[in-house]
Design a protein. Sequence first.
Length: 211
Amino acid sequence: MGTSEATPVDRPPLLIALTGGIASGKTAVANHFAKLGATVIDTDEIARQIVEPGSPVLEQIVAEFGPDIVDETGRLDRAKMRERIFSDAEQRTKLERIMHPAIRAELARRSASADGPYQIHVIPLLVEKSRADEYDRVLVVDCPVETQIERLMTRDKSTFEQAQKILGAQASRAERLEIADDVIVNTGTLAELERFVETLHKNYLLLAQAL
């Protein structure tokens, strides 16, 4: 009687959610993971792409917020939208009801078609939307609130008051750290940040092998 060889079963990837407050350094961390060969899917990038001129999502936003929410080139006026949603929680909720289902659908599509032993999903609102349980691990990029405000004022030319409003609309540091499996404290140099990422990359490869 012959023996049959078992068909190997593809392992599901280890799913890691990367989150952190605005201007905490998520992009720098995600970029270095990608440089190391990790599969990185950024929901901020998806959010930008699904509102390109002519997209159904942008059409819904214009219908809800009015034609003045786009600029002279037909693109979403992000500065104007940011000012509106961080000044009015109801406006923010309306935008999220349009954006979030489309973002999640596209994230799922990209994740299903991606390869690699582990995937990094960059999700800034992971805590706010109670999505941590969907992931094998949560990686939080952390830094003091004062540092976030300084970076926002430098990067986005925000006023101190605008920066405070943006941070006030997000989860607190304590709430993010409470759900973290791994934490990168981003208060040093870029080289130090990248060394943290390289250590985590090795750990995630080992964890993925153990699935």
